[in-house]
Structure formats: structure tokens, C-alpha cells
Design a protein around this ligand. Structure first.
Ligand code: ADP
Ligand code: MG
Length: 443
């Protein structure tokens, strides 16, 4: 019974007849003439193993093969026309992309075994490459005590409708937390409007927040709904709230108290029902103390406070986070990259991550594309390896190596004549013998 599906990419059609003649048990092959056709078949797909035929007609480009292999989680076997291997027509770097390769004439038994092995590997690894078990909640990865505490706080925050202030370093996941609150609250079906107060010119923030009427100012050719109004029924996320200029802090406070807005150029007051979630990487309490942030607004925003811990305070989450990023990006990676080396994982766990999860995401994505290894190394991540560093020699070791060098050179020069060598070095024969002994110099 043919139960295993294989795909044969054979431009010339030379080997496929031979393959059929072998009558391999359990296998059903579909033959396609091009890599494009292979891609289409695989997209539809049930094939677990792909065979690519290389002969004088089918000379594939390495990067074409690489792109094909990279995008499909199946195993590949190369079938090489007679003499092709010896002629070097297929470079080793191409062959390395394959699970195995066979030269003509095909050996039925070996091919059957090779196919079986590839099939088993696909079955096993596809189970492994399923998204890692949910190691977290609210769309976040992490099971460290600090993350568990954050989830417990979120359980409470999503059940109510009060403003939230989220603190935490840049890249630690504040925006993700804001999204989680929106998605798990009664406002999930309403909009989520995000605005970065630090990224908008101060002169524009007012109209971005409150909107304007047509003709309100030069250039206002039509009415624009502000972000507060656009978030009606949902959530307004104000990122980097600490960057909001003082005059706008007053306007925002008025809105939070009255739940009404007035568009620029209008006198009409519009009632808006919005939950405000603000985030900041600076210490707002300190900004209040320094007079840079209004105390009354701070209290209005800070009804519920969440703190997202920096990554270095939840190192136990790092391996799983790295795996999650890898799984999310597996369709955009160099084909031979299969995962992380244990050295890379240990290095990641030790690294202080000043840019937090955002930095981890960036480093892993970059390494997945650029690495030339099967398992990503610390160097691929741009991190100094935590292991195997060259230990600087001690002064004692340095002195011994210099002494050995000088004595050996002199001994060679005086043909191992110890008296001559000692005289030239300005030491006694006894001292020289002692040094030869200590430095284990062979005469
Ligand atoms: N706990 C987490 N699990 C998974 N991904 C996370 C987690 N925390 C942050 N990220 C990811 O890290 C990146 C930065 O997060 P973000 O919420 O923008 O940080 P912040 O707003 O604090 O600067 C995003 O790609 C986000 O999806
Ligand atoms: Mg952010």
C-alpha cells in the first residue's frame, strides 16, 4: 500500500522513469518539472519528502534550491546523474542543504532506507516544530514569578474599566500588555488606537488628540476626527505619556474628568466613552516631583498601575522566548538553521538585555537570516560567548614563555653549548641548568 507521499522535481524527466521502476514500497511519487510547480504542490500539500534530480539538463541554482528548502518543513534528497558528483557540477554547499544524496545508478535498498529515514525525521520534527506549548498568558511568553504576578494583576485589570498606567523599560512589553488589556476586556470589540506622544511634534499633538473642524486653521481642508474620538467604545493607548507637553497634560486631564472633547475650530462638546491606557519608560512620580508632569493628571492616569519587569529580572523566560521568536519567524530563515546551540542559549540567559524583549526579537530574527550554522551561535546573535573565552595569560606564564623563547634561541645559536649560552645570557651555568629544568627545555 502506498501511503507516503513524495515529490520529485525533475526538469529533464531522466530519472523519474528509473525511480518508478524501483517500485519502492510505501511510496507514491508525484513528479513536477520545475521548482515553481514544486512550490505549488507543496503549498497544497501532503508530501513529506522531496527529491530533486540533478542531471545535465537540470542544473539548479543554489539559491533557488535554498529558497525552496527554506520554505517547506519537509526533508529533501538529491538524486545525482552519473559522474556528476565527481565532476563537481553540484557544489558541496548545495548538497549540504539535503538530508541525503544518491548517485546514479540508484541503489534500491539504500534509497528505500534513506526515504524511510527522511520520512521518520519529518514526522518527528514536525511534532517538535509545532509552536512551543503555551508558556504564558495574555499572548505573552513567560512563566517566571514576575510574569505570573503580572498575569494575576491583569486578571483584575481586565475585569474593570478604570485608566491604567503601565511602567517598564523600553522593549519590555508595555504595548503588548495594553493590547492584552483591550483584547480581554469588555471593550475587545471596540477600537484600539495607539498614539506615541514622544513621536509627534508638540504643535500637532492637540489636533491629533482632539481632532479639528474644516477651516479650523490653514491647511485644515476637511474635518479630522481625533484619536480620542476614534477610540470611542474602545481603548486609547498613550505611549510615552511622560513626553506630553504640560499644556496638553491640562487638556488631557480635562477630558479624563469630563469625558467630553471639543474639536479644534468647534464649540460643540462631544461625549466620548474611552478607556485610557498610558505607558511610560520614565519614572513619572519623579517627573511629578521635578515639576515636569502634573500631579493631578498622574493620579488620574495611575488608578491602576502595572509594572512590566525588565528581561534581566526574569531570565528563566529567555530560552522559551527565544524559541517562541524562532517559531514565529521560521518561514523567514536561512534553510540550514534548525535552532539554537546550547552555547547560544546559555549566553542569552547571561546577557543583561538592555533593550529587553525587543532586542531579543531583533537579535534572533537577524541570526535566523544571517547564520551560516545549523544551530545559531552566540556570535550569530552578536553576543560575546559566555564560554570558551580566551583566558588572558598571567604575568608568570608570559615571563616563562619569553624566557623559554630567549634560552631556546641562544641554545640553538651555540649548538646546545650550555657554557657559551650562559655567558651570552649573562647568567651562571648553574642558573641556566635550573632554568632549562624548570622550563622543561629539551637539549
Ligand atoms: N512577554 C512577551 N512575550 C512575547 N513577546 C513579547 C513579550 N514582551 C514583549 N514582547 C515583544 O517584544 C517587542 C517589544 O514589546 P513592546 O510591547 O513594544 O515593548 P514596549 O512598549 O515596552 O517598548 C514586541 O515585538 C513584543 O511583541
Ligand atoms: Mg513601546
Amino acid at each position: 500500500m502506498s501511503s507516503r507521499k513524495g515529490l520529485v522535481v525533475d526538469r529533464g524527466g531522466a530519472l523519474c522513469a528509473e525511480l518508478h521502476a524501483l517500485e519502492l514500497q510505501d511510496w507514491d511519487f508525484q513528479v513536477v518539472p520545475s521548482l515553481d510547480a514544486a512550490r505549488r504542490t507543496l503549498a497544497a500539500g501532503s508530501a513529506s519528502v522531496g527529491l530533486v534530480v540533478f542531471d545535465s539538463v537540470s542544473s539548479w541554482l543554489e539559491r533557488e534550491i535554498e529558497a525552496l528548502i527554506a520554505h517547506h518543513d519537509i526533508e529533501w534528497i538529491a538524486l545525482l546523474g552519473q559522474g556528476l558528483l565527481r565532476s563537481g557540477a553540484v557544489p558541496a554547499s548545495t548538497l549540504r542543504l539535503f538530508h541525503d544524496f544518491h548517485s546514479m545508478p540508484l541503489d534500491r535498498e539504500r534509497l528505500q532506507f534513506s526515504l524511510g529515514h527522511a520520512y521518520g525525521k519529518v514526522q518527528f520534527c514536525s511534532r517538535e516544530s509545532e509552536p512551543p506549548q503555551v508558556g504564558g498568558r495574555y499572548g505573552m511568553t513567560g512563566t517566571s514569578p514576575k510574569m505570573l504576578q503580572l498575569y494575576r494583576q491583569l486578571d483584575k485589570v481586565v475585569a474593570v474599566d478604570a485608566p491604567v498606567l503601565i511602567g517598564g523599560e523600553s522593549g519590555s512589553g508595555k504595548e503588548l500588555v495594553a493590547h492584552a488589556i483591550h483584547q480581554h476586556s469588555a471593550r475587545a470589540h471596540g477600537p484600539f488606537i495607539a498614539m506615541n506622544c514622544g513621536a509627534i511634534a508638540p504643535s500637532l499633538i492637540h489636533s491629533e488628540l482632539f481632532g479639528y473642524e474644516r477651516g479650523a486653521f490653514t491647511g485644515a481642508t476637511q474635518r479630522k476626527v481625533g484619536n480620542i474620538e476614534a477610540a470611542s467604545g474602545g481603548v486609547l493607548f498613550l505611549d510615552e505619556i511622560g513626553d506630553l507637553p504640560l499644556d496638553l497634560q491640562a487638556s488631557l486631564l480635562r477630558f479624563l474628568q469630563e469625558k467630553m472633547i471639543t474639536r479644534v475650530g468647534s464649540t460643540e462638546r462631544v461625549k466620548v466613552n474611552v478607556r485610557v491606557i498610558a505607558a511610560t519608560h520614565v519614572d513619572l512620580a519623579r517627573a511629578v516631583a521635578d515639576g515636569r508632569f502634573r500631579q493631578d493628571l498622574y493620579y488620574r492616569l495611575n488608578v491602576l498601575h502595572l509594572h512590566v519587569p525588565p528581561l534581566r529580572e526574569r531570565r528563566e523566560d529567555i530560552p522559551r522566548l527565544a524559541e517562541a521568536v524562532f517559531a514565529d519567524n521560521r518561514h523567514q530563515k536561512s534553510s540550514q538553521v534548525k535552532g539554537f546551540s546550547s552555547e547560544a542559549v546559555r549566553t542569552m540567559v547571561d546577557y543583561p538585555w538592555p533593550g529587553n524583549v525587543r532586542e531579543l526579537v531583533n537579535r534572533v530574527q537577524q541570526a535566523m537570516i544571517m547564520s551560516e550554522h545549523k544551530f545559531i551561535t552566540a556570535a550569530d546573535l552578536g553576543l560575546p560567548s559566555a564560554e570558551g573565552e580566551v583566558v588572558a595569560p598571567t604575568l608568570e606564564e608570559l615571563r616563562a614563555s619569553v624566557e623559554r623563547e630567549v634560552i631556546e634561541t641562544s641554545l640553538r645559536k651555540y649548538r646546545n653549548n650550555v657554557s657559551e649560552t650562559a655567558r651570552q645570557l649573562g647568567i651562571s651555568r648553574v642558573t641556566l641548568y635550573r632554568m632549562i629544568d624548570r622550563l622543561k627545555i629539551i637539549l
